[in-house]
Design a protein around this ligand. Structure first.
Ligand code: MN
Ligand code: MN
Length: 320
């Protein structure tokens, strides 16, 4: 059940000596997931679209939030992964749940702010919504991008205590505004179940079972074959890369450092690995120097929204 909100202290970002993940309270996991998303996005944006050897040549090991990258970001700035999550989360809070038109309006308003980056599939979905009012794109075999998955954390938090079936329904509502593809749905829904399991304090072995379940459903997600590098925006490559980094490293910092040094869509693999690692280890496991480097306003919005979304639970499940 929900932990009292008072156990979360926003001024406390100290590193715990070897966090014992079994006793991390829910609030720290939920806030950790949101801060992990933003930290991973900010860290990975520097190496987005670079190859591992280009990264090695330029940085040795890229493990500092330093901005730059092809978007020429200020250190600590985030990209569409975090911004679309915040837009989705605000829409969920406003309606006490996922409503497709509120979500589509939130994405449309976000696009109006002229974001630094925006995916082609996302743009197309928003443009279509503006002209037609339709909140569900037609199913498209080419739309298996990671754009709906990368912004899906608010669904996991708001529906942390709902049923998998309920999460599946609302996940598709928000996803299909821009991406309507069964392979993308399956990957996104697996990530949601892994996040929720982590919120509940489940072991890494249990998270591995959930990832293996995705592979059993769709063998293209197999992530134990060869080392994933230069992942594209195809959700299959994104999640293969995230899973390799998550399951072969044992702390937040090493998971994130591993994944962003693989290049490719590094801000998005960073964002997704950051959510998972933050949910699993809790906010106290995020290195203080990364939290400090994160844009202060983004950090505050992520913390506030995580806690507000978590408390929506009662409204989303009137029977609970
Ligand atoms: Mn991005
Ligand atoms: Mn990206």
């Amino acid at each position: 059940m929900a932990q009292p909100i008072s156990d979360y202290d926003p001024t406390d970002d100290g590193i715990r000596p070897g966090p014992d993940e079994s006793v991390v309270p829910l609030t720290r996991r939920v806030v950790g997931a949101y801060l992990g998303l933003a930290v991973g996005d900010a860290l990975g944006a520097t190496t987005e679209f670079m190859t591992p050897s280009e990264i090695r040549h330029q940085y040795g090991v890229h493990d500092r939030i330093r901005g730059g990258g092809w978007l020429k970001l200020k250190p600590g700035a985030v990209t569409d992964d975090t911004e679309m999550s915040l837009a989705l989360g605000d829409a969920i809070i406003a309606k006490c749940g996922v409503q497709a038109d509120a979500v589509a309006d939130a994405f449309s308003n976000w696009m109006r702010t002229k974001p630094v980056d925006i995916g082609n599939t996302v743009r197309r979905g928003i443009v279509r919504y503006r002209s037609s009012g339709v909140t569900e794109m037609p199913e498209n075999e080419h739309d298996a991008g990671n754009g709906a998955c990368m912004r899906s954390l608010p669904v996991a938090i708001a529906y942390w205590n709902a049923s998998p079936e309920q999460r599946r329904v609302v996940s598709r509502l928000q996803s299909h505004v821009t991406h309507n593809n069964p392979q993308a749905d399956a990957g996104t829904e697996c990530l949601l179940e892994m996040l929720v399991a982590a919120f509940h304090g489940d072991s890494k072995a249990r998270l591995r079972e959930l990832a293996d379940g995705l592979v059993a459903h769709d063998a293209s997600y197999r992530f134990d074959v060869r080392r994933a590098e230069n992942p594209s925006g195809w959700i299959v490559e994104t999640l293969r890369t995230v899973f390799q980094a998550f399951f072969t490293n044992d702390c937040f910092e090493s998971i994130l450092t591993d994944v962003v040094n693989r290049g490719g869509d590094a801000d998005t693999t960073g964002a997704i690995a950051g959510m998972l690692a933050g949910a699993h280890f809790g906010a106290g496991a995020i290195p203080a120097h990364w939290l400090k480097a994160l844009d202060a306003d983004v950090r505050r919005r992520c913390e506030d929204q995580a806690l507000t979304l978590m408390q929506l639970d009662a409204d989303i499940r009137p029977d609970s």
